[in-house]
Design a protein around this ligand. Structure first.
Ligand code: DGI
Ligand code: FE
Ligand code: FE
Ligand code: FE
Length: 186
């Protein structure tokens, strides 16, 4: 499927405000790709698709993961993690994206993972700091993004993990190993 058709398909599966968020992630992914030496077209394509399944009904998300034998471990963790795994499969099965790097950038855009690739880091961070985001700390994350992808992502993971702890919510182990891996490399 070409980019325009993918955009049409993705945008009709989400409310207007989520499509505006996606456009912000597209612009920021392109910006970070140019800054840090990734192909802007690949980064933008991952951004276009990253939240495609975010507004699917939760039960549909669960069934999709089971039916297509995706990472069922995620079903034992917070449901906010599921749409990323599904989006990566949809990219391949419905949009014909063969590029594994693009698919993994979608797949790990929420949880992160240890040893993230450049495009995975770019999409994770663009999702966190796109211009429409407005939460305490986003300005600091944007400032850090100008200096180092790793430092900015570590800041974001720390904030995310802190919020999950404050709310007594379960933390996906992949998010913890993502954080550990950044600490060891910075
Ligand atoms: O889909 P978006 O809202 O654009 O952003 P996202 O896919 O990065 O989702 C982030 C949300 O997921 C964030 O508010 C925290 C929540 N979440 C729940 N459990 C976990 C988690 N995030 C991570 N990284 N790890 C978790 O275990
Ligand atoms: Fe998401
Ligand atoms: Fe994210
Ligand atoms: Fe997003």
């Amino acid at each position: 499927m070409n980019k325009e058709d993918i955009i049409a398909s993705v945008s009709k599966q989400m409310p207007e405000r989520r499509w505006i968020h996606t456009q912000g992630v597209m612009v920021t992914s392109r910006y970070l790709a140019e800054k840090y030496g990734e192909d802007p077209e690949r980064a933008e394509l991952a951004a276009i698709i990253h939240d495609v399944a975010k507004y699917w009904p939760v039960e549909e998300q669960r069934q999709y993961i089971v039916k297509h034998q995706l990472n069922c471990e995620l079903l034992d963790y917070n449901k906010e993690l599921w749409h990323a795994e599904i989006g990566s499969h949809v990219a391949w099965a419905q949009y014909g994206i063969e590029d594994q790097g693009i698919r993994d950038a979608i797949r790990y855009h929420t949880s992160g993972r240890a040893g993230m690739s450049l495009i995975e880091k770019i999409v994770w961070l663009a999702d966190y700091i796109e211009p429409g985001r407005d939460f305490p700390g986003v300005e600091e994350a944007r400032r850090l993004a100008e200096q180092s992808l790793d430092t900015a992502i570590l800041y974001g993971l720390n904030a995310t993990i802190t919020i999950l702890i404050e709310r007594n919510r379960i933390i996906y182990p992949g998010t913890v190993t993502a954080r550990n891996s950044l600490i060891l490399t910075i």
